[in-house]
Design a binder for this molecule. Structure first.
Ligand SMILES: Nc1nc2c(c(=O)[nH]1)N[C@H]1C(S)=C(S)[C@@H](COP(=O)(O)O)O[C@H]1N2
Ligand SMILES: [Mo]
Length: 517
């Protein structure tokens, strides 16, 4: 049907509105997704807030003051609202620009992404982590804009300046789905964020009867390049299956101890606090730690001995295992003996003197010296069932990992690093070794295939922590290879046989190749 000349402009207007709507929906969805990612990973600020903050910083002081006087305490919400509206307006423009070519629209979103990236990246202390929401949000913008604009294009717009009623309906349904999903994701993110902030607030308020622990003299050798003997809470390795960190309010937390016991016990957080606190240094590690890997950390832990609680409950002589379950349903089976013998297995409440960080199991987790985390270190612990290994399987044993997971004797080179270029001449080398519950007897290193030499060891407070080792070597110019092996107090020396982490932990010597100039 020929289009009368006078109608063209009107139809063009209609298409423009559709394209603007496409941009708007994509814009909304990108904001929602970046918001949800921010909440999910508890990143400091959403890109939107980071941009708003940058606006504050870039506004001349006098102007900012006038504005703030004008709007009073509404300044922040208004700024966020203004930034949001600005972004959405630009999104609509991006949509309209796809009329010429999709690239124009995409460029607008890329430019917005770059601005947000800079706003986030230039914040003091920003990490790669912090820009994740910007990146995911920008990708969302671009893909949804392409998705909606492609649809319009496939229906003959904008070239023909006209959409059939079916196409219009099809477009509105698609745009509606995008907008609806955006709202759902945004609300979901807000929900997660609020729960997280609530728990974080109660965590901050806690004053626990615990100490921070003093690193024993001689434990940290202070050699540059060796990972500190005490692992800080924020840098502590983290392994779990939780996509969203469980947020457990300590005031609502309870732990049930049941199963093959004479008497069930139910404990509140307050009940635990009224008990005798045990404090100790302990190194925990992951079965998935490759030879030379960093899925290991050492901290000063405070909590309640689990052996005492199990004794109160009265464990059946038939039982040989304990099934632990976390708030989010993850579970693991622990050999009963490891929880009742004299090692310091505990329900930990604090880590390096602080209430457990939420990522590390707040309010209460289990830690057991000498066992890998996957069979012992349940975070967000809510249930303990005394049982038998032949009566259950648990999360990781169902996936091919062995039922019992005693930590293997291991050692690691921290300095020099693999592939590093170092200065020829005398230099300190070193790293850590561990054999929780057994203890490290000696650590040996071998430079360029010559004889094994004994390293100097740090002093440690017990069997359950890693031990630092160091030595001074004289390096000639050229390529070098350094290997390490530990011998534990049972007399066992690490095997050179390289085995993968599945099903019960890696074996083999760690070695590094490096160059001295
Ligand atoms: N609830 C829960 N607890 C868990 C896990 C998990 O996935 N969920 N992973 C375990 C594993 S495999 C390890 S190695 C340790 C790691 O503890 P961290 O994250 O505090 O270092 O937690 C253990 N506790
Ligand atoms: Mo693990």
């Amino acid at each position: 049907m020929p289009i009368p000349a006078c109608d063209v402009r009107e139809h063009r207007g209609v298409t423009r509105i559709h394209l603007a709507l496409a941009g708007l929906c994509a814009g909304l969805a990108g904001l929602a997704v970046s918001h949800a990612v921010t909440m999910l990973f508890t990143i400091r600020a959403t890109p939107l807030v980071a941009v708003a903050e940058a606006v504050i910083q870039l506004t001349p002081g006098a102007l900012a003051e006038t504005l703030i006087q004008l709007v009073g305490t509404y300044d922040k919400p208004l700024l966020i609202l203004g930034t949001t509206l600005g972004l959405l307006a630009l999104s609509a423009v991006a949509g309209v620009l796809t009329r010429r070519s999709q690239v124009f629209g995409i460029l607008v979103f890329v430019a917005m992404g770059v601005v947000a990236f800079i706003a986030v990246w230039t914040r003091p202390g920003a990490s790669v982590y912090d820009v994740l929401p910007v990146v995911v949000g920008t990708i969302t913008w671009i893909s949804l804009l392409s998705f909606l604009a492609d649809y319009l294009r496939s229906r003959g717009a904008p070239e023909h300046h006209e959409l059939s009623p079916e196409s219009r309906r099809g477009f509105l349904i698609r745009a509606g789905i995008v907008a609806g999903a955006a709202v759902a994701i945004g609300v979901g993110g807000q929900f997660i964020g609020r729960a997280r902030r609530g728990v974080e607030a109660s965590r901050q308020l806690l004053k626990l009867p615990v100490s921070r622990g003093v690193v024993p003299a001689g434990a940290d050798l202070g050699v540059t390049g060796i990972e500190p003997w005490r692992s800080g809470n924020s840098g502590f390795y983290r392994i779990d299956t939780a996509l969203v960190v469980p947020t457990v309010d300590p005031n609502e937390w309870t732990l049930r101890i049941h199963g093959m016991v004479d008497q069930e016990i139910e404990l509140s957080y307050r009940d635990l606090l009224e008990r005798q606190m045990t404090e100790t240094w302990m190194t925990i590690c992951c079965v998935s730690n490759e030879v030379g890997g960093d899925l290991i950390g050492n901290a000063w832990w405070s909590g309640v001995r689990i052996a005492d609680l199990l004794e109160e409950a009265g464990v059946s002589p038939e039982a040989d295992a304990v099934l632990q379950t976390s708030e989010d349903g993850w579970n693991c089976g622990t050999p009963l003996a490891a929880l009742t013998d004299d090692r310091s297995s505990m329900l930990a409440l604090a880590m390096n003197g602080q209430p457990l960080p939420v990522e590390h199991g707040f309010p209460v987790r289990m830690i057991v010296p000498g066992l890998y985390g996957y069979v012992s270190a349940t975070k967000w612990l809510v249930d303990i069932e005394v049982s038998r290994f032949d009566r259950f399987t648990a999360y990781w044993t169902e996936r091919g990992w062995s039922a019992e997971g005693p930590v293997r004797t291991q050692s690691r080179i921290d300095t020099p690093r693999d592939g590093q270029n170092v200065i020829a001449g005398e230099r300190k080398i070193g790293g850590s070794a561990w054999a929780q519950q057994t203890g490290i007897e000696k650590v040996e290193y071998r430079l360029d295939g010559s004889d094994w030499q004994e390293a100097t060891l740090g002093r440690v407070p017990g069997l359950d922590t890693w031990v630092q080792w160091t030595a001074t070597v004289d390096l000639s110019r050229g390529d070098h290879e350094l290997a390490v092996r530990a011998t534990d107090s049972s007399g066992y020396t690490q095997t050179s046989v390289r085995r993968d982490v599945v099903p019960d932990g890696a074996t083999g010597w760690h070695s590094v190749a490096f160059q001295a100039d």
